[in-house]
Design a binder for this molecule. Structure first.
Ligand SMILES: [Ca+2]
Ligand SMILES: [Ca+2]
Ligand SMILES: [Ca+2]
Length: 408
């Protein structure tokens, strides 16, 4: 795989790690104590329980993809509440923006500008997207749910045609908390064919994995309390991906989060300092692919949390953890993105923190840490590769902000 393509795939994989995070601070919610969990809830691991259900047969939703006026012409980026990146066509990173209950896709042409590909209306607010192919061509999978102005929205999983945005509904449910925790195309059951790896809040704090087949069949697994980060990737060299599960908080109020890797052979706990905020799988530094983890989350994050990046490898079934670097003054990195800012074919990490984007690069066998760009205090940002190199996108009105990222 060419480095650029690898980066694009990594970006697409990352896009699904970004999204709603009610226990994290937002620009609207100042850095005070986040919402706390009530009493203890039993978290269970292990195999999927419960029957296979098919709550929604795959059926075409009413196509609401309308070619907007001015399609095909270069224009400033549309407004957005959340942003994502996926290689919708020709392997080129497209910017995808959620604007209230609409989702749009733009092919970037220049910093802050692009050509609108499509704009569709959904059943709620788009929280997460994932790019991939379940066997019937590449699709943009979208998890819609509740959001400002759409508090009654159901949780809906759609497959969108990448060229037109036309929606096909795969699954829907209306429950206590209509919000996805994860969305990724991955071979969850290790049978050689991919599923849509999906996890959702089955209640306020319990997260249930629920992989979805392309016909909409969804199989519920055992819920885990506050399992806020998921990632499927091959970590043990055995066929198929392992499930990585990171938690911001533990099994009861006041308990820190943790990290575990589920292999075909069993569950491996990975030591952490505190709670885990986000996960990435990639091969920065030209080294073999590994798991990258943002560690250091704490409920009293304004005072106690530290933004720290670690690399995790499985060596003979045992986790090997190495600290890559940390921020001197930020409480977390909301996302990690694999980039190649200097274009030398060796990738680095761009870490999107609560104050800035930080560059972690491997130089002469050592990881070095450098600031790249200042950030407004928003949770959700995205990094894509465009005609003029890498761009940092920040959701905003009346236009989505775009800042070129340059190696310093
Ligand atoms: Ca499978
Ligand atoms: Ca494996
Ligand atoms: Ca490089």
């Amino acid at each position: 795989m060419k480095p650029i393509l690898a980066a694009a795939v990594a970006l697409a994989a990352l896009a699904c790690t970004r999204g709603a995070d009610p226990e994290a601070p937002t620009a609207e919610a100042p850095a005070t104590e986040p919402a706390k969990a009530p009493g203890a809830a039993e978290a269970t691991g292990g195999a999927a329980g419960g029957p296979t259900t098919k709550s929604a047969t795959a059926r075409p939703a009413t196509p609401k993809a309308t070619p907007p006026a001015g399609q095909g012409t270069d224009a400033p980026l549309p407004p957005s509440d959340r942003v994502f990146v996926a290689p919708l066509a020709d392997g080129v990173d497209h910017l995808i923006g959620a604007d209230a209950d609409h989702l749009w896709a733009v092919r970037p042409t220049a910093p802050g500008r692009g050509v609108l590909l499509w704009r569709v209306q959904g059943p709620g607010v788009a929280h997460r997207v994932a790019w991939g192919d379940l066997g019937d061509g590449p699709k943009l999978f979208v998890a819609w749910g509740v959001g400002r102005g759409f508090l009654q929205a159901p949780l809906v999983i759609d497959a969108l045609d990448p060229k037109t945005g036309a929606r096909t509904e795969l699954w829907r449910e209306a429950g206590e908390r209509n919000e996805a925790a994860h969305l990724q195309v991955a071979d969850v059951d290790r049978d050689g064919a991919p599923e849509l790896a999906f996890a959702r809040y089955a209640s306020k704090y319990m997260v249930e994995p629920r992989p979805i087949e392309k016909d909409g069949t969804a199989t519920p697994g055992a819920p885990i309390r506050m399992a806020s980060s998921w990632l499927y990737a091959d970590l043990d060299g055995e066929p198929g991906p392992e499930a990585v599960i990171g938690r911001v908080y533990g099994d009861a109020r006041g308990l820190p989060g943790d990290l575990r890797i589920r292999t075909a052979a069993g569950e491996i706990p990975v030591p952490t300092d505190r709670g885990v905020k986000t996960l990435m799988y990639g091969a920065p530094g030209g080294e073999p692919p590994a798991l990258f983890v943002v560690d250091g989350w704490e409920a009293d994050y304004g005072k106690k949390a530290t933004a720290r990046v670690k690399r995790v490898r499985l060596v003979d079934g045992a986790p090997q953890v190495e600290t890559i670097g940390q921020s001197p003054d930020e409480f977390t990195f909301f996302a990690l993105t694999e980039v190649d800012l200097d274009g030398d074919g060796v990738t680095e990490i761009a870490a999107q923190g609560n104050k800035r984007v930080t560059h972690f690069a491997r130089v002469d066998g050592q990881w070095i840490t450098r600031p790249l760009a200042d950030l407004e205090p928003v949770i959700n940002t995205a990094i894509g590769e465009g005609p003029d190199g890498y761009t940092l996108y920040v959701p905003a009105r009346p236009v989505t902000r775009a800042t070129p990222l340059r190696a310093r």
